[in-house]
Ligand binder design. Structure first.
Ligand code: NAD
Length: 478
């Protein structure tokens, strides 16, 4: 793999590094300092055409490989990522801002996606359908063709692997569009895929801003789209996809509730809620945004949460601080505006709030109490290290507050009573619910949202449904 800094990165199309058609470049910066790290090619719509053409041209070669062979290649991708894990984690940490240990965990997830789906490549079976004598009826699971994948900046490498691994083993080829503030790991990933024996054109990466994303989602030669990002962009992607009747999987935001019942182990609950909202500086779609806490344990829980928040040491991700900076300047401003809004709305700022007096985009762990669920800070996704703590007096009220948002991505419940915990978990309207933990899912478990949090499921075996379509063949035996 090439080195990371002071480099000019090109697009990866058809197995080679190639400049954008306009030969223009954007800059990605280190969010811990605001200093440039590297330049990368700014793809245009015509570059997206080239990438999609390469992905289409590669389909016959890729689909001619047996499922066993595709599985073996996916295993080799996992191995090659593992061999380069240290360097990839450093690149991700530098470009995204996250602590090195969290970047290492993301690289491990990327490896696991390839290992997990590699094992499935030769098990994508169809069915036979009993229709009586004289006919044989069977189904097969067919790849869509070219998969367009649009990636956000919070987990650049692991979300790329999360979509590309199932797409490839199912027999699709891919064009990946990373976010403009975190393009580096996907470019290295494409290079590593080639090293692992993925044929040219099967994995292409077009970096840039809105133009390549919009071009990919409107492209009439893209057969399937996977988008992870914000609700407004997800809507735009879905509208463009409607023009060409292209299926979409959308993983959008969340405003996730963590219900703390009066019988919860409060130390444990405070640990998981802090982990859930301060990991990756809160830039996690499944963050524990709203702690909904019973009034009888509210003050004690807040004290424990504040202690945890104040114990975080902030610093550059590459120095493996407890928390890194926010990813980019605009987002930093947005999070600070939300903190001002919380104060104006009358919530109590218990800790944090003021940005660090240093270069880079550092916002400390911030906790608002006395939050009403109708406040903007309780309804809108802040996507930063800002916890909102909402009191409740009975469990019905807690469930009502939990579900009273436009999102439904994840949720959690803390209780030592298994019946109460399970009943509450079942009634939280979300794609994933964690009991007495947070971020409880893994590569093997389905992940996605209800309501405005999205359409479809990523991860686990269910993700394959986004990359395969069923074909029925009816044979007349008379
Ligand atoms: P975003 O919507 O701004 O951007 C996502 C991607 O879309 C980027 O690559 C961007 O360049 C591209 N894009 C921008 N305009 C486009 C257009 N018109 N057409 C097509 N593509 C376009 O989101 P973001 O700010 O990068 O990510 C943060 C958001 O993503 C948060 O809301 C977060 O909750 C959500 N998210 C969700 C999940 C999930 O799995 N549910 C995971 C990570 C992030």
């Amino acid at each position: 793999m090439a080195s990371v800094t002071n480099e000019r990165y090109q697009l990866r199309i058809d197995g080679t590094s190639t400049p954008a058609s306009t030969d223009e470049y954007l800059t990605t910066v280190d969010p811990a300092t605001g200093d440039p790290i590297a330049e990368f090619a700014a793809a245009t719509a015509s570059d997206v055409d080239r990438a999609v053409e390469a992905a289409r041209a590669a389909l016959p070669t890729w689909q001619a490989k047996s499922p066993i062979e595709r599985g073996r290649i996916a295993h080799r991708v996992a191995d090659v990522i593992r061999e380069n894990a240290e360097k990839l984690a450093r690149i991700e940490s530098l470009d995204q801002g996250k602590p090195l240990e969290q970047a290492e965990s993301d690289v491990e997830d990327a490896i696991r996606y390839f290992e997990y789906y590699a094992g499935v490549a030769d098990k994508l079976e169809g069915k036979s359908v009993p229709r009586g004598e004289g006919t044989l009826d069977m189904t097969s699971r067919e790849p869509y063709g070219v998969s367009g994948q649009i990636i956000p900046w919070n987990f650049p490498l692991s979300i790329t692997a999360r979509g590309v691994a199932p797409a490839l083993v199912a027999g699709n080829t891919a064009v990946v569009k990373p976010a403009p503030t975190t393009p580096l790991s996907a470019l290295h990933f494409a290079e590593l895929c080639r090293e692992a024996g993925v044929p040219d054109g099967v994995v292409n990466v077009v970096t840039g801003g809105t133009e390549p994303g919009a071009a990919l989602s409107a492209h009439d030669s893209v057969d399937q789209l996977t988008f992870t990002g914000s609700v407004p962009t997800g809507e735009a992607v879905m509208k463009s996809a409607a023009e060409t009747i292209t299926p979409v999987t959308l993983e959008l935001g969340g405003k996730n509730p963590a219900i703390v019942l009066p019988d919860a182990d409060l130390e444990e609950a405070a640990f998981w809620v802090a982990t859930g909202i301060f990991t990756n500086a809160g830039q996690v779609c499944s963050a524990a945004d709203r702690a909904i806490v019973h009034e009888s344990v509210y003050d004690e829980f807040v004290d424990l949460l504040v202690d945890r928040a104040e114990s975080y040491e902030l610093g550059p991700g590459v120095e493996d601080a407890d928390m890194g900076p926010l990813n980019h300047a605009d987002h930093y401003e947005t999070v600070l505006e939300y903190i001002d809004t919380g104060v104006t709305e009358g919530a109590t700022l218990e800790t944090g709030g003021d940005p660090l007096d240093r270069d880079g985009y550092f916002v400390p762990p911030t906790i608002f109490t006395d939050v009403d669920n109708g406040m903007q800070i309780a309804q809108e996704e802040i996507f930063g290290p800002v916890s909102t703590v909402i009191p409740f007096s009975d469990r019905e009220e807690a469930i009502k507050i939990a579900n009273d948002v436009e999102f439904g991505l994840s949720g959690g419940v803390f209780s030592q009573d298994v019946k109460r915990a399970l009943d509450t978990a079942r009634r939280i309207d979300a794609g994933s619910v964690y009991v007495n933990e947070w971020f409880g899912g893994s590569v093997e478990t389905p992940f996605g949202g209800t309501k405005q949090s999205g359409i479809g499921r990523e991860k686990g075996l269910e993700a394959l449904d986004s990359y395969l379509q069923t074909k029925n063949i009816a044979i007349n035996l008379d």
